[in-house]
Design a protein around this ligand. Structure first.
Ligand code: ATP
Ligand code: MG
Length: 601
């Protein structure tokens, strides 16, 4: 491609809309333009990158025996109602774009395709002889994200490869899951990314067992906790660890103490001269279930620990059946306005004890009249602890589970693991933290969707049983930008060769010099003919600005038909290292082919 014929516009200044380097660079180098919040025009250079990533994905998927298909992006509400996810996706997460057709039927733009593929499986899979089978697609997804930002990293419309596998049993599912783990690792490695596979929460998709593939970068929205021995890595939403030991309590008798202005743990431990590890903190939440039922929850946890709301949400989802519900639609710390709807009197905020009376809950329609009391493991073993007294300005000290407070029946892991904790697998390993961009997520779904949608097959014993399912997603457009976030310098993008839009750019410093133009044209033809994807910068621009643009756009190899032509040579510059070499005209093609093979092979 000749730059003189391209819609090629670069910007010298950082666009105001972009906060992180990869977003700024993709805009400045002319790869994309913002159309609206979370919506981007993918311009020709970016499309080439996306196609290259898609092809790497295809090759790795096909190598495992998965088959490509294409599913409708418009999906009927009825399928999502059948699976039980309509309310979660339209109300709780509110992430699905919903519309009505001319007949008044509700439809949604696909944020993901479990329902659609399960409907296909229900229709087509009859017998164990057809299993296992794995279909995938590469397609635009739509999600009404709360905070679209960072360009392609969190769009409202983005490209995903999503795959779904069907199995006769859990072993076969595990086999494909392991194959996908390998395929995803290959994809990221081949695209030139530094990544970590981490244990992940399965969220609203449901099921058991999932792994996220995180590209490590400061701009990442996820926190990854890991150990240096390589034995443990997990998303903080899911991570477990050994908390610091609690220090022995200074309180040996149970008493109530006046502790004015001590509504925070810091103020209270200061006043009482004790460690937060000897405090039981009681945190109030309000959960809304999908059947409209609201429940007030008190979580008792050790004073130095924080509640992990993902773990709490999962625990509350598991308890949904107790309230004839099946999913959590909202989970909040009730603010004053929310409290005013049910509290019979002002709550002793900052001084709540594990036994806060149910009398605080007024009679309100669809509201559970009793607190749901949960205790985190860190608080269970405490002796002679300090906690609230249910009276503002007072705490109790020297308290124990049993004599003073009933230990809640539900003792769970609800704490947030943090860097500096010890690892469970080996307490000599200290938990480390890193930021990550989630690029891929693989799940063992089990039979959640097949059961809900009635997708069964006949097993070897002639019995009808639900299909076992797995699902596997990789963000193609997010990957493209994450690659830039991991690889740039002060002059611009430094594409990994495997996904660069072009391998080489031939720059003609002066297009009026006939020898320069002739040599450049010849090289341009020869390189392209030899499979070296090459751009020709034949614009009427100054040499300096052409070099700057070539660097900004990040093409791996730059060939300059300049002064050395007199000696039958051209200058070839490697974008990544800045190394320049003079190479004879007749050696350029073979040299570049070798260099590319070394990087991509
Ligand atoms: P996140 O936690 O970042 O919102 P997710 O858990 O919702 O991601 P999945 O539903 O597992 O993501 O989707 C599979 C992949 O699709 C993700 O790993 C990510 O690479 C990509 N992806 C998800 N949401 C977006 C988005 N809004 N913009 C770009 N890519 C996305
Ligand atoms: Mg998401």
């Amino acid at each position: 491609m000749r730059l003189s014929q391209m819609l090629f516009v670069t910007l010298r200044e950082d666009p105001a809309e972009a906060e992180i380097p990869s977003h700024k660079l993709l805009l400045r180098a002319g790869y994309m333009r913002r159309i609206s919040s979370g919506l981007y025009a993918y311009l020709p250079l970016l499309l080439r990158v996306l196609d290259k990533i898609s092809n790497v994905v295809r090759e790795e998927m096909n190598a495992t025996g998965a088959q490509e298909c294409l599913l409708p992006q418009l999906q009927p509400a009825s399928l999502w109602q059948e699976s039980g996810r309509w309310d979660t996706y339209t109300k709780a997460e509110g992430i699905m774009f919903v519309l009505d057709d001319r007949r008044g039927q509700e439809l949604a733009l696909g944020p993901t395709h479990e329902e659609v593929i399960t409907a296909v499986a229900k229709d087509m899979i009859r017998s164990y002889r057809q299993l296992p089978v794995h279909l995938y697609q590469i397609q635009t997804k739509f999600r009404d994200e709360i905070r679209p930002r960072f360009g392609l990293l969190r769009g409202r419309e983005f490209i995903m490869k999503d795959g779904y596998s069907f199995h006769a049993d859990a072993d076969s599912l595990k086999q494909t899951y392991d194959d996908m783990y390998q395929a995803y690792s290959n994809i990221l490695r081949r695209c030139g990314l530094t990544f970590r596979a981490v244990e992940a929460d399965s969220g609203a998709i449901g099921g058991s067992g999932s792994t996220e593939f995180m590209v490590l970068a400061e701009a990442g929205e996820d926190e990854v906790l890991y150990t240096e021995d390589g034995q443990y890595a997990a998303n903080v939403e899911k991570a477990v660890s050994v908390p610091p030991d609690s220090v022995p309590s200074p309180f040996d008798t149970y008493e109530k103490k006046e502790t004015p202005n001590t509504a925070t743990i810091a103020a209270m431990t200061d006043f009482l001269d004790c460690s937060p590890t000897q405090v039981v903190k009681d945190v109030l939440y309000q959960v809304g279930y999908d059947n409209g039922w609201q429940v007030l929850v008190i979580v008792s946890i050790r004073g130095d620990q924080d509640v992990n709301e993902t773990k709490l949400q999962n625990a509350l989802t598991n308890l949904a059946g107790d309230y004839d519900a099946s999913a959590v639609l909202s989970l909040v710390v009730p603010d004053e306005e929310a409290q005013s709807k049910w509290a019979t009197k002002p709550l002793p905020l900052g001084y709540i004890a594990p036994d806060l009376s149910d009398d605080y809950i007024g009679k309100v329609e669809d509201l559970e009249p009793k607190f749901l009391r949960l205790v985190d493991q860190t608080a269970v073993g405490l002796k002679n602890f300090a906690t609230g007294s249910n009276e503002s300005g007072f705490h109790v000290v020297g308290a124990n589970w049993g004599p003073e407070f009933e230990l809640p029946k539900r003792q769970l892991d609800l704490r947030t693991a943090v860097a500096g904790d010890r690892a469970q697998h080996d307490p000599s390993q200290i938990i480390q933290t890193a930021r990550g961009i989630e690029i891929g997520h693989i799940f063992q779904l089990g039979s959640k969707y097949s059961k809900a949608l009635g997708a069964t097959y006949t097993n070897e014993d002639g019995k009808d049983v639900p299909l076992e399912m797995g699902c596997y997603g990789v963000g193609v457009s997010r990957l493209a930008q994450a690659a830039v976030e991991q690889s740039y310098d002060e002059n611009g993008i430094v594409w990994p060769v495997a996904i660069a839009p072009y391998h080489a750019i031939v720059v003609v410093p002066n297009i009026n010099a006939e020898d320069q133009m002739a040599a450049a044209e010849k090289l341009y033809d020869e390189l392209n003919a030899a499979g070296v994807e090459t751009l020709l910068d034949d614009r009427k621009e100054r040499a300096g600005s052409k070099f700057k643009d070539a660097e900004l756009v990040g093409i791996p190899f730059r060939v300059v038909t300049g002064r050395s032509l007199k000696a039958g040579k051209v200058e070839v510059v490697k974008r990544a290292s800045g190394e320049a070499e003079e190479i004879s005209l007749d050696q350029v093609v073979s040299t570049l082919k070798d260099w590319i093979a070394a990087e991509v092979g």
